[in-house]
Design a protein around this ligand. Sequence first.
Ligand code: APR
Length: 230
Amino acid sequence: MKRLVVLTGAGISAESGISTFRDQNGLWEGHDVMEVASPEGWHKNRELVLDFYNQRRKACLNAKPNSAHLLLADLEKDFDVTIITQNVDDLHEKAGSSKVIHLHGELFKAQSTADPSLVYPVNGWEIKLGDKCEKGSQLRPFIVWFGEQVPMMESAINTAEQADIFAVVGTSLLVYPAAGLIMYCSAEVPKFLIDIKLPVLPAMQNLTKIEAKASTGVVKMAEILRDRHF
Ligand code: APR
């Protein structure tokens, strides 16, 4: 089976009712990123940070995968699919994708502030001030904040390097290192860029651009893959 690697961003979850970050009315519009998504913000006001992610979790709790998530899961019948997502929601898993690398963490997990290897599921939508790990330290959202290392990056790079086909769906490609992953694919690898408003990429070979919302764009990509007998 050919290896299909798909890098996804907030745009793939937009049709499930989850806000993106940088579109109009995006999540960052009403927030200072460094206040809610950085270690400095956490040290300054833990309650504000917990509340920001509690609200995100609440919004995702009952969200359902849309047809783009579902089709990517369905493509596992014909391809060895790995999703590398910048999203912290669980919609790829809910859709049934079996290999999902979360580059920026996961909303429905909490992490110890004393020992980063201690990670727990979050039941419901809240992490409260006073919720502690087994070593007695406050739990924080299991999110990779600005200024932090991206622990899953090495695994994502290895996956991108081995791709036979590489697709990018619904991301502004403004945040590194995730935005640079496509550069790890060799020139001959067919690449797809799917976005309602295509982000700018350096010129590269074998790139098919599909300017569409994720649900229709992923269908189009699947048709091209089928027609070209990939
Ligand atoms: N279908 C496809 N693409 C869409 C749709 C849609 N229905 N709606 C919006 N988009 C596109 C936008 O055109 C934009 O290119 O999704 C992209 C969303 O970009 P961002 O809001 O910047 O989200 P993302 O690229 O995932 O952000 C990367 O930045 O703040 C951090 O950690 C956060 O993981 C996030 C990272």
